[in-house]
Ligand binder design. Structure first.
Ligand code: SF4
Length: 369
């Protein structure tokens, strides 16, 4: 099989180069046609692009072919993941209580608050027993295997409320992320790990954590700077106090505004988590909320995650929904709302997530697409 794959890659790269000379295109369709021809001829199952990447790298190592960046782009998997030259890695913190009592938030045994065991990032964390070193190394390996550049890494720490974990745990957690990026070099402490990373092969060019607005204060900001955090994901959820109250968020809109201001003043990028469709809101109020988010300088986040409210098992909202006191958006309603929301979002804002990564079989009610 290995030799057949090498033959396939050699032929593909030759055709790719020959077509380029003639100003013709050799695209994914052309590659798939070639793959099919090989499958028929050699009676093999269709090779994955990761196999082609491995064969491509081996051929280059043996100097059987010359590197061709454009061809490599063609076989790279999910190109959008690192199109900017930066690859993101999400690592999850261990199970730990959260001070919040948000009614929409699930709690599964052994998982950090608000996360379910069948979410992709959580499954990777479970495999690595929530060890940040293992999670980072595993992800680096698979990103490399799928052809992504891994010299600039954005680390995203998710799971529960970061600022509520003991500092001994969070400091060691971050140190182990740097250690994984610096491997095989070892460090004595966080500062030495950060120093080593300044010239490491996998450089941490961004580090984000997620927390609650009422946990942002001067002391916390200083600590986040020490860790090397560059972006804070803030659970703002809504710009209405009555909605925050009904959903038992435990803080007010003023608290979110203060946190955003303090974080921006301290040089952090701010990623607001916003939840359309919360109990107490409506389509009209949600649209008004997005307008407010970007017209009112109290908010104006740099990044945005849009998490439509869904009913998941184990949340307090499940009972409310079962008692027919709450009706989440349908897919159709959500899509129509998003079509109105998206033009409101300024170009400088990056929408890093649309919907939580909850598998649809874990959603009791609400938008699933
Ligand atoms: S603060 Fe976040 S993790 Fe804690 S209960 Fe609320 S939504 Fe869940």
């Amino acid at each position: 099989m290995n030799n057949i794959l090498k033959k396939l890659v050699s032929q593909a790269i030759n055709k790719f180069a020959a077509n380029a000379v003639k100003n013709k295109i050799f695209d994914e369709k052309s590659l798939n046609r070639l793959k099919n021809d090989f499958c028929k001829k050699y009676k093999i199952t269709s090779p994955k692009n990761t196999d082609l990447i491995e064969a491509y790298r081996e051929l280059i190592k043996r100097r059987a072919i010359k590197p061709n960046e454009k061809f490599f782009e063609l076989i790279k998997k999910r190109k959008v993941r690192s199109l900017s030259g930066i690859a993101s890695i999400t690592v999850i913190t261990k199970d730990y209580p959260c001070p919040g009592k948000c009614i929409f938030c699930p709690k599964e045994k052994g998982m950090p608050k608000s996360y379910l065991s069948n979410e992709p990032a959580i499954m990777r964390a479970i495999l690595n027993k929530f060890d940040p070193f293992g999670q980072t190394r595993t992800r680096l390996t698979s990103l490399k295997k799928t052809g992504h550049p891994i010299s600039k890494i954005e680390m995203i720490i998710a799971g529960g409320t970061f600022s509520y974990y003991p500092r001994k745990y969070t400091t060691e957690f971050v140190k182990r992320i740097y250690d994984a990026l610096n491997y095989p070099k070892k460090s004595r402490n966080l500062i030495s790990a950060q120093k080593i990373n300044e010239t490491a092969v996998h450089r941490c060019i961004g580090l984000s954590i997620e927390t609650r607005p009422d946990f942002i204060n001067e002391k916390e900001i200083k600590y986040l700077r020490e860790l090397g955090v560059t972006k804070v994901e803030l659970g703002v959820q809504t710009t209405y106090d009555d909605v925050l109250k009904f959903n038992k968020r435990g803080h007010t809109v003023a608290t979110s505004v203060k946190a955003i201001q303090m974080l921006k003043d301290a040089g952090f990028k701010v990623n607001c988590h916003i939840m359309p469709g919360l109990p107490g809101s409506s389509a009209a109020r949600d649209i008004k909320m997005f307008k407010e988010l970007f017209s009112n300088p109290d908010f104006q986040p740099d990044w945005l995650k849009i998490y439509p409210c869904v009913v998941v098992p184990g949340s307090a909202l499940e009972n409310i929904w079962r008692n027919k006191k709450f009706k989440p958006y349908t897919d159709k309603q959500m899509i129509s709302l998003l079509a109105k929301i998206k033009p409101i979002i300024p170009e400088y804002v990056r929408v890093t997530r649309l919907y939580r990564d909850i598998p649809s079989n874990s959603i009791l009610a609400g938008p699933k697409i």
